[in-house]
Write a protein that binds this ligand. Structure first.
Ligand code: SF4
Length: 252
């Protein structure tokens, strides 16, 4: 549960582990153990909504473990139920629900056809060119950035809703000024805003959190090129539950 101003956001998982295996993320280390059912997905939101400090969950983001579009049916069934008014559902507007994906063009098209569920789409780009992206995201070998941008353009044409481009900043890897300039050129080809996320360290992984100066320069370059950009505040690092740190452990 992520508190911010008057929002209470449930950051939830769609799978147990993750089949994608991004090189910087703890969730993919053990691969995929299985899909979550719609009920298990909804249960996460329901339980978070029962915390004493939570009045009601206002937003939901599928940014926990898993690639939501590879568990499409269960995720859509869950979204439908979350958006249904109580008592049958939780009454969370679909507009307040974000589905984050590493990018499966066909699944993005399928999602765009769910017009009665106006969810927000977030694309985890994480690199401004295919060469670098394929070193960070193993599934990048199945698609390329031009195909993804085409799917995003089709998404906007069909839904009229802007896309969020997620970009995790890895110190010395994808956080240089030339990367920012390349990213700006991509972002300008679609109706998108860019979310910059500082990397949260994972034990045993060869990546560093970027310097504050590098993050500022990166954002300034994007803004100078008129790309709407935000730096996402880190939450949950103290309990190793921040972005990219979630993982499952087996006992025994
Ligand atoms: S960043 Fe997302 S898609 Fe990549 S391994 Fe982690 S949970 Fe899976």
């Amino acid at each position: 549960m992520i508190p911010a101003d008057d929002r209470r956001t449930a950051c939830i998982s769609s799978q147990i582990g993750c089949p994608v295996g991004c090189k910087f993320c703890a969730s993919g280390i053990g691969g995929l153990d299985g899909n979550l059912s719609a009920g298990r997905i909804i249960e996460q939101v329901w339980r978070l909504g029962r915390l004493p400090e939570v009045d009601r969950i206002s937003n939901v983001v599928f940014m926990g473990m898993g690639e939501p579009l590879s568990n499409f049916q269960a995720v859509m069934a869950a979204v439908r139920r979350l958006a249904t008014l109580p008592p049958a559902g939780l009454g969370i507007s679909a507009r307040k629900i974000t589905i984050s994906t590493v990018g499966l063009p066909h699944a993005i098209e399928k999602l765009a056809r769910e017009l009665e569920l106006p969810v927000t789409l977030a694309l985890s780009l994480h690199a401004p060119n295919d060469e670098l992206r394929s070193t960070l995201i193993p599934w990048a070998e199945y698609t390329n950035i031009p195909e993804l941008l085409e799917a995003c353009q089709a998404w906007f044409a069909k839904t009229g809703r802007e896309i969020t481009l997620e970009y995790i900043l890895l110190g010395g890897v994808n956080d240089r000024p030339e990367h920012a300039r390349e990213l700006a050129e991509l972002a300008k080809t679609i109706r998108a805003n860019v979310n910059l996320i500082r990397y949260n360290e994972v034990k045993g992984m060869p990546f560093d959190r970027p310097d504050d100066d590098a993050v500022r320069v990166f954002q300034d370059i994007l803004r100078a090129k008129h790309v709407n950009t935000h730096i996402r505040a880190s939450r949950g690092r103290d309990i190793a539950a921040a972005c990219g740190q979630l993982r499952h452990e087996r006992n025994g």
